[in-house]
Design a protein around this ligand. Structure first.
Ligand SMILES: NC(=O)c1ccc[n+]([C@@H]2O[C@H](COP(=O)([O-])OP(=O)(O)OC[C@H]3O[C@@H](n4cnc5c(N)ncnc54)[C@H](OP(=O)(O)O)[C@@H]3O)[C@@H](O)[C@H]2O)c1
Length: 246
């Protein structure tokens, strides 16, 4: 994939990985559109990067997703790339009745929104130069951590859906990439911390972006970064071993 001269829509550009992708792509001669719920963050970024296109949206709402894509194409008719990055990470205690609204919020944000947005951009991407959809999954797609059961399930589903999307789009010219991050130092899971800005450790976000860009530039359609690589490789090896008997 070429990482210059694109027009990229990045969901969730107000912090963490999405913001760092946006900064990287802006610095490399791409047109970048970001979205998020927090308008103060969008305004702050727009003031810092006047060329950045910002659109406030809440990906929970289908109408907000449709409006996002409509506005992105209106303002940037050369749109050729979607990065499905926005996500939330919640815990759930499965030994008690679950909070259904949290479960639904997590599934819609992490899985339904990327599926819907991708379907909305296919027509636009078809026929553009080097069109691509990039899905951000997780090392936890390959092995779950039990205290975030719904999060891990959504990421496993993002992996599965990415395989199907890649297959279905193979004759359209649209390349489908999946990038599985390891733990990355961002605001993810801030609900569990006292202070939103408190670090939870993990790979520095810019280090992650450098590795992710290397994977995209080398056309690695399914890339796991850092510690996520061994999680993906071990699962793939186990799959091969199990299935070699049949
Ligand atoms: N950090 C890690 O350790 C890690 C590891 C594996 C995978 N990932 C994945 O990487 C992606 C980015 O996460 P991050 O680490 O950068 O977390 P982050 O710093 O919390 O960023 C999440 C982004 O998603 C946006 N977002 C969340 N819900 C939204 C909604 N309903 N509508 C619109 N935007 C929404 C947030 O914007 P607003 O709050 O302004 O809406 C924010 O910009 C996620 O898919 C995450 O699952 C992260």
């Amino acid at each position: 994939m070429k990482t210059t001269g694109n027009t990229v829509l990045i969901t969730g550009g107000t912090s963490g990985i999405g913001k760092a992708f946006a900064q990287h792509f802006l610095g490399r001669g791409n047109t970048v559109i970001i979205c998020g719920r927090r308008n103060d963050r969008l305004e702050e970024l727009k003031a810092r990067y006047p060329d950045l296109v910002t659109i406030q949206c809440d990906l929970i709402e289908a109408a907000s997703r449709e409006n996002l894509v409509r506005r992105a194409i209106q303002e940037c008719p050369d749109l050729n790339m979607l990065i499905n990055n926005a996500g939330i990470q919640l815990t759930a205690d499965l030994t008690n009745p679950i909070d259904l609204s949290s479960v639904e919020r997590e599934i819609v944000t992490n899985l339904i929104a990327p599926i819907h947005l991708s379907s909305l951009v296919v027509e636009q991407l078809r026929g553009r130069a080097e069109p691509a959809i990039v899905n951000i999954s997780s090392g936890l797609a390959y092995t779950p951590i039990a205290f975030m059961p719904v999060y891990c399930a959504t990421k496993a589903a993002v992996h599965s859906w990415s395989l199907s999307l890649r297959k279905q789009l193979e004759n359209t010219g649209i390349r489908v990439y999946e990038i599985a991050p390891p733990s990355v130092d961002s605001e993810l899971g801030h609900e569990r911390r006292e202070n939103r800005d408190q670090t939870h450790g993990g790979m520095p976000v810019n280090e992650f972006i450098n590795e992710a860009i290397k994977a995209l530039e080398s056309n690695t359609l399914q890339a796991a970064i850092g510690q996520a690589a061994s999680m993906m490789d071990q699962r793939d090896a186990l799959f091969e071993r199990l299935n070699s008997h049949f």
